[in-house]
Design a protein around this ligand. Structure first.
Ligand SMILES: Cc1ncc(COP(=O)(O)O)c(C=O)c1O
Length: 335
């Protein structure tokens, strides 16, 4: 199948390793599944996580356009905004972040890094955030009048261009599995803006693989993401890969694990994070990978995935987001 790859500038430390999770915490019961972890928490330190793979393509596009400033948006503890801000400071660009919520008294976690690297930050109310794309365009006009050349990166780095990050990651996974002589039945990933799930899905479809890509949404609903990711995939097809066929029914997004809401952790999720860390040395974040892993274990416990399946869990990073919630672990007697 013909595919036209856009320019890319390599910044992530890849390929990231795939390691078998030798055992699960003792309180999760017996599982007859082989679980592997794709360690995209190793893509960098301040740049760690899934966002940096997408940024390789946004960076190349921004260079072509001669942009000197990135505008982007997200929650207060957005990993995406932190990666944009850190990368901007590394390469001499400016960053303008529009963060949902209000200014905290003490900067912590991702927001602390945003501040340290000198991002310009504007707080946006939850109501205004509904029209964030329009607000980002307004800010771009304002920056142009200040003599800057801005480039807008959408929320989470998710659009047709952003899908390339995880299309390429899927290619990387295939090569690694090939070398290991391993085949995987399912790939699980957290879904927050849809680009990681969408990129893996177009990868699997492009290569004609039977591997099922499963997204666990950590906010909104699965219906919301089916529609959103379907649009990204159609745009990807139009721009880069005319022969690609993706139907709405190919999008397997599983609802039911948002819990108390986006970035709000239930005690059982925190408990799973702490036992996984203590007993297995696997450290997950509370907002994305923690919820997705919790959901995956629940599906395995209910045997909704065929027993004996080989599963790859995408560790998409997010560990800076763990830092501001130490108090929750103390209050729940988990540390
Ligand atoms: C650590 C982490 N994992 C997973 C996701 C979800 O990825 P995506 O936005 O591509 O759905 C995000 C961002 O939303 C993230 O920051």
């Amino acid at each position: 199948m013909e595919i036209n790859q856009p320019p890319r500038i390599k910044i992530a430390f890849t390929p990231t390793p795939i390691e078998r999770l030798e055992h699960l915490p003792s309180d999760t019961g017996e599982y007859e599944y082989e679980i592997y972890i794709k360690h995209d928490d190793y893509t960098g330190s301040t740049l760690q996580g899934n966002k940096v793979r997408k940024l390789e393509f946004f960076l190349a596009q921004s260079k072509t356009e001669g942009a000197d400033t990135w505008i982007t948006c997200g929650g207060l503890q957005s990993n995406h905004c932190r990666a944009v801000a850190c990368l901007a400071s590394m390469i001499g660009m400016k960053s303008y972040l529009m963060l949902r919520g209000s200014k905290p008294q003490v900067p912590q976690g991702n927001y602390l890094l945003d501040k340290l690297v000198g991002a310009e930050i504007e707080f946006v109310t939850a109501t205004d955030y509904f029209r964030i794309d329009e607000l980002m365009r307004d800010r771009a006009d304002q920056l142009i009048s200040r003599g800057l050349t801005p480039h807008i990166i959408p929320e989470g780095g998710s659009n047709a261009l952003g899908l390339w990050g995880y299309f390429e990651c899927y290619r990387e996974i295939r090569q690694q599995l090939d070398q290991k002589g391993l085949s995987i039945d399912y790939i699980f990933t957290a879904t927050g803006s849809g680009g990681t799930f969408g990129g893996l899905l177009v990868g699997a479809k492009f290569f004609g693989d039977k591997t099922k890509i499963i997204g666990i949404n950590v906010c909104c609903t699965s219906d919301h993401f089916v529609e959103r990711v379907y649009q990204y995939c159609q745009e990807f097809k139009e721009r880069y890969c005319p022969g690609l066929v993706i139907r709405r029914s190919d999008l397997e997004l599983i609802d039911g694990y948002v819990g108390d809401g986006y970035a709000l952790s239930r005690k059982e999720e925190l408990k799973m994070i702490s036992t996984l860390a203590r007993e297995c040395g696997l450290i997950l974040d509370p907002v994305y990978t923690g919820k997705a892993f919790y959901g995956m274990l629940d599906l395995l416990r209910k045997q909704m995935i065929p027993v004996g399946s080989k599963i790859l869990f995408m560790h998409t990073g997010g560990l800076w987001g763990l830092m501001p919630i130490g108090e929750r672990f103390v209050d729940s007697n988990l540390i």
